[in-house]
Ligand binder design. Structure first.
Ligand code: ASP
Length: 720
């Protein structure tokens, strides 16, 4: 009896500590889970089958993945709404000193004026199927952890290749849902001709810049319009003048009247990664080691790259996208670190694990099966913490220089292309090789030697300064007995001055036949790539071993957690289509501070200083002052709302996701989280987890009044 009481008490405590998914609004639900949510009772005012219908057309067909983020179709002619920061790479690639679209914005007067967003693809989820059994069948009891990982990788490649044969013209991808446990095959339509339609100027699209990033209240017009094109026969094709606008199966209806505080809202999108099922050991590794290292490292890179471009707009444009990405991650990590400390996350997790361990130990059978689980995970992470510094340096080294990574890919290709298709690493399989080559060729357009060598020289020097027993032989050879800084500098001088890999034609020729190129080339980056290859192969194998062990342990951990909490979980985000719901809601980030959930254009004026990043265009200021709001003024506020705040569960990758009202109409475009919600990746909090969208009224008002592109409103079916 006593034992039972203890069990119930512990269970109750555990549930209070973590909160089972069904009680809170936490959750990035896979589409397969929607029917369990009783959404009508929560506030949804549409039939579930209109939201998602595997046997017909539904709202979900209007959602797309734009690169690593999200967007939605808003017209029958393939018009896409997403964020300014999602389109940023395409805009900076299309920009030059004469046509500075990043600074001034871009507007196509008609379809013929829409220009290519180079490097962009758009994906639409067509269907999904659980293939866990098929994948796990490949695993045999006697396999080592590394063999297990390899067998799973192999099986996944087979499933994907088979599916692509079966669904011609589609792309297939198997995604791991629960670590080491469940796998889902997704079939996607991939569109490859994406164009810019309207992009507001920087001073609107990135208003507030890095100062306001990850902050509330917000006044950024973080939106852009793109359009997807296909071949005249409707099939997916690369850019061509003959291509025609894509007709999505369904597109979203835009709600020009927006939303209000308290309204039910939901998001469909492609959240990137969360780590909520990871243990305290992982969190400790993140908090104490990885994140502080990366935040400092990126901060150094940002300063160095900004310095390179400070007197030359052409160079600044080349580096803009990279700097933006680095700054975004750096500030996000700083926010997370603060949040982790403030919420005592590691301690909380440890506490949960102690209770779980007590539950495991309370029963002999359970102890036998799961008794050492947490200790084994702890051991694996402790090893990572011990090797942390060399681990970080070595993981950044191969990608620090684009020339080194080009040489490494060519060298790997020379070996992989000789193998049977199914035996190759995924990027070298027939179905992917062309894409790999295109990506490399595109990279030559973005190459800028001074920045490339600066980053390379720094990491090489860090590698040279590692303790002798952790240093790579190739690096020791470069340094010799001399001063590391001097030796590295001379070496970098030599490799950059004699390599041809930055030259597009030379690279194109090498890609024709990588084996022949490797045979005949004396490129210095090839020499280095060749020397590093066995080291990085060995690391890959070690990682396989480690991740195989972890997969197994995490799969068991999930089993026992499920048993203990008598509840089900949802998988961590993994860049697959997810649903989350909540309400338009303010919050109290600090003692005595309360933030409203709606901002307005009045705040744009308040923040405007005339200096970047608060340099609102004069025309926009005039429109606000004249109160020329058209139909987009909020009836009570008498002004145009700019951004909305809500308690939905989002993370990176949800950028550009449509925020939809109870009837499934578009009321905003998600673009950020509040500072305290950077912690979402590890834990969700009803008090702090707030995400941010640009209000649809601001999007439409800027499009109509500022850009003079009323024809886009007409295309979306919005009456002016
Ligand atoms: N602004 C964010 C991003 O960089 C969106 C988010 O993470 O909430 O993806």
């Amino acid at each position: 009896m006593k034992k039972r009481m203890l069990f119930f008490l512990l269970t109750a405590l555990f549930i209070v500590a973590i909160g089972p998914v069904s009680l809170a609004d936490e959750g990035m639900y896979p589409i397969s889970e929607l029917h369990k949510l009783n959404l009508k009772a929560k506030g949804l005012e549409m039939d579930l089958k209109d939201l998602y219908n595997p046997n017909g057309v539904s709202l979900m067909d209007g959602i797309c993945k734009v690169g690593g983020a999200t967007g939605s179709f808003v017209s029958a002619d393939g018009l896409i709404l997403t964020n300014h920061h999602v389109a940023y790479g395409g805009v900076s690639r299309a920009s030059s000193e004469e046509h500075d679209y990043l600074q001034n914005g871009f507007l196509a007067k008609d379809r013929s004026g829409e220009i290519q967003a180079r490097g962009y693809t758009v994906r639409i989820t067509e269907s999904y199927k659980d293939v866990s059994k098929q994948v796990l069948k490949a695993v045999k009891k006697e396999m080592s952890a590394a063999e297990r990982t390899k067998a799973i990788e192999q099986k996944i490649k087979e499933i994907e290749a088979d599916a692509e044969k079966k669904y011609e013209g589609k792309s297939a991808q198997v995604s791991e849902m629960f670590r080491g446990k469940t796998y889902v095959l997704f079939i996607y339509t991939t569109l490859r001709d994406i164009r810019l339609v309207y992009v507001p100027p920087r001073a609107i699209g990135n208003f507030g810049g890095e100062e306001d990033n990850w902050m509330w209240p917000r006044h950024t017009g973080d939106f852009s319009y793109l359009r997807a094109y296909v071949a005249p026969d409707g099939s997916s094709a690369g850019y061509s003048e003959d291509n025609v606008p894509y007709h999505p199966k369904s597109h979203l209806k835009v709600a020009p009247d927006g939303v209000n505080e308290g309204d039910f809202v939901f998001i469909l999108g492609y959240p990137g990664r969360t780590y909520r099922h990871q243990t305290s050991h992982y969190l400790e590794y993140e908090e104490t080691y990885r994140m502080p290292f990366v935040a400092d490292y990126y901060e150094w890179q940002i300063t160095a790259l900004e310095d390179l471009g400070k007197d030359d707009r052409g160079i600044a444009l080349k580096l803009a996208s990279r700097i933006k990405g680095l700054s975004n991650t750096m500030k996000n990590y700083r926010g997370k670190l603060q949040g982790m400390r403030r919420m005592h996350l590691v301690e909380k997790k440890r506490d949960e694990e102690r209770k779980l361990q007590q539950y495991i130990d309370a029963d002999n059978k359970r102890r036998e099966k799961y008794g050492s689980l947490l200790a084994e995970l702890n051991n694996l992470y402790t090893k990572s913490m011990a090797d942390f510094e060399s681990d970080m340096v070595l993981s950044y080294l191969p990608r620090s220089s684009s020339l080194l990574s080009t040489a490494s890919t060519l060298y790997t290709a020379s070996l992989e292309l000789k193998k049977d298709d199914m035996e190759r690493q995924s990027g070298f399989m027939e179905r992917n090789w062309n894409r790999t080559k295109q990506g490399m060729l595109r990279g030559t357009g973005e190459f800028y030697e001074p920045s490339d060598r600066l980053i390379f020289e720094d990491i090489l020097l860090r590698a040279a300064r590692l303790p002798a027993d952790q240093r790579l032989e190739a690096v020791t050879e470069i340094v010799g007995d001399g001063d590391p800084a001097e030796a590295v500098h001379l070496f970098v001088d030599h490799v950059y001055s004699s390599s041809k890999l930055a030259d597009r034609d030379a690279l194109e020729a090498a890609l024709e036949d990588p084996a022949a190129w490797v045979e005949s080339s004396d490129d210095p980056f090839l020499k280095l790539a060749r020397e590093l290859y066995p080291v990085f192969e060995a690391r890959r194998e070690e990682n396989r071993e480690r991740s195989g062990e972890m997969d197994k342990l995490y799969a068991e951990l999930l089993d026992v957690k499920r048993e203990f909490m008598a509840t089900d979980f949802i998988p961590d985000a993994n860049s697959t289509l997810r649903f989350t719901f909540g309400r338009i809601k303010g919050y109290s980030p600090r003692d005595a501070v309360y933030c409203d959930p709606l901002t307005t254009v009045n705040g744009v004026l308040e923040k405007t200083t005339g200096e970047e990043p608060f340099d609102t265009p004069q025309k926009l200021q005039d429109l606000i002052r004249k109160k020329d709001f058209g139909r987009f003024a909020h009836p009570e506020l008498k002004t145009v709302p700019t951004a909305i705040l809500y308690d939905m569960d989002t993370t990176g990758g949800n950028s550009g996701s449509p925020v939809l009202n109870a009837r499934g109409e578009l009321v905003g475009i998600n673009f950020d989280r509040a500072w305290e919600a950077t912690i979402n990746d590890y834990a969700w909090s009803p008090d702090y987890s707030r995400s941010i969208a640009v209000d649809i009224r601001y999007v439409l008002w800027v499009t109509q009044k500022f850009a003079g592109a009323g024809y886009l409103l007409t295309e979306m079916g919005v009456e002016e």
